[in-house]
Design a protein around this ligand. Structure first.
Ligand SMILES: Cc1ncc(COP(=O)(O)O)c(C=O)c1O
Length: 413
């Protein structure tokens, strides 16, 4: 058996085989159901693999008694405890318990709820640039005036943060692990960022929806850890990335304290059934968190192998540069400035000539400094990624035809 056969056999055994006919009907948000039938969408971060058996079984068992009643306002106790236990066991989040957890209808909505809870119209909020649009958009919708934390040599450093913060800064909202850069802070950095905010009275919100997708066995240190400085930040978690449950719209808030959790539940309307997460989604998520470890392990091995193959092949293309090897996420952020194409034209030509759709690094998706980049998702099968990369490799001369490369001095970020 070759290494490739071995990998495919494991993928079938644990991850399951995607049913692409079904995906073409069900996978929206820039994916299979939204593209021409000959296009491969390496777009939104939503894995192609069927849901973990642990989640499916949990739903089936729950439905044996088909009473679909209202659940508790802040979420089912088993879901809240499972998130707390998952954080303590896998994210160094000492001291987090189910009482800090609120079940939400997606990570995206959790971000919006917290932003509305903390931000008054006109307040200054610092967000990273680049970053997934949801982090900035949820603050903007709460009325924030945004300021941007820029990278230094591809990393978000404390000096960069200090350059963005002003005396009027009320909130720092970060994405950790980072989409689209795939970067990760270590414990010392998480503590330093938390203390920096704490000392200046700046609230801190960490979007940790990607925290299950940490590759190569690297440790993840959560902002939710109670060892982390004097005042715990607000943390957002979700199961759309690591467990592939995007359609269930299930996420969670981990509040700084039980009292803060109760206050948010009251002000956001959880107590009046205005907010809340579907019980079936919480049941599936609890199943995945308590019995889905082997699925996740296999998925992470697969993502790391996909990353390595994609980096090797894409960085060999003329004008493409990949700054840092991602230590987390299943996306790659390609610097295509060396081709002379802008991000929108590059994405358009890749679809036209290679029949692969990628996400353009437009300010709308990732912020102003994403210009000159495109993002691809790797969370599909080895065969599909291989085919997509082969198409891009074959079409690259056509894609870049007629472009003037910029001088080298303009190519470094
Ligand atoms: C950084 C970040 N936050 C939030 C979300 C939204 O996650 P969900 O669909 O679980 O709400 C995404 C999805 O891609 C994301 O990348």
């Amino acid at each position: 058996m070759t290494a490739m056969d071995d990998a495919s056999a494991r993928e079938r055994a644990n991850l399951g085989r995607p049913d692409f006919d079904t995906l073409r009907k069900r996978a929206f948000n820039l994916r299979w159901a939204t593209v021409d039938s000959d296009v491969i969408p390496l777009t939104a971060a939503d894995p192609d693999f069927p849901a973990p058996a642990a989640a499916v079984t949990a739903i089936a068992e729950y439905l044996r008694a088909p009473h679909l009643c209202y659940g508790p306002a802040a979420g089912l106790p088993e879901f809240r405890s499972a998130v707390g236990a998952h954080y303590r066991a896998n994210k160094s989040a000492t001291g987090v318990s189910g009482k800090h957890v609120i079940a939400t209808n997606s990570a995206a909505s959790a971000l919006a709820l917290i932003a509305r809870h903390l931000v008054q119209p006109g307040d200054e909020v610092v967000v990273q640039d680049p970053v997934d649009f949801l982090v900035a958009e949820t603050a903007r919708r709460a009325g924030a005036t945004l300021r941007y934390w820029q990278t230094v040599d591809g990393r978000f450093t404390l000096d960069g943060l200090a350059a963005a913060v002003t005396p009027a800064t009320r909130l720092l909202s970060v994405c950790h692990p980072h989409n689209p850069l795939g970067s990760l802070w270590d414990q010392a950095e998480v503590v330093a960022i938390t203390n920096y905010c704490c000392e200046r009275g700046i609230s801190l919100l960490a979007d940790e929806v990607w925290s299950d997708v940490v590759l190569d066995g690297a440790p993840f240190f959560s902002f939710a850890s109670r060892e982390n400085g004097k005042h715990a930040p607000w943390v957002v978690y979700g199961l759309s990335k690591g467990y592939g449950l995007a359609g269930l719209r299930i996420g969670a808030i981990i509040a700084p304290s039980e009292e803060e959790a109760e206050r948010l539940c009251a002000t956001a309307g959880f107590d009046q059934t205005i907010e809340g997460a579907a019980t079936l989604s919480q049941i599936a998520a609890t199943g995945a968190l308590t019995h889905g470890a082997s699925w996740l392990e296999e998925f992470l091995r697969h993502c790391a192998a996909q990353r390595d193959m994609a980096i090797a092949r894409l960085s060999a293309l003329r004008g493409v540069r990949i700054g840092h090897k991602p230590s987390a996420t299943f996306v790659l952020f390609l610097d295509i400035r060396g081709t002379g194409l802008d991000e929108g034209e590059a994405a358009r030509r890749i679809e036209q000539h290679a029949r692969v759709r990628v996400v353009s690094g437009s300010p709308r998706w990732f912020g102003a400094s994403a210009k000159g980049h495109v993002r691809i998702s790797l969370a599909t099968t080895r065969d599909v990624l291989d085919e997509a990369l082969s198409r891009i490799e074959r079409a690259w001369p056509q894609i870049t035809h007629g472009c003037d490369r910029r001088p080298d001095s303009l190519q470094d970020p």
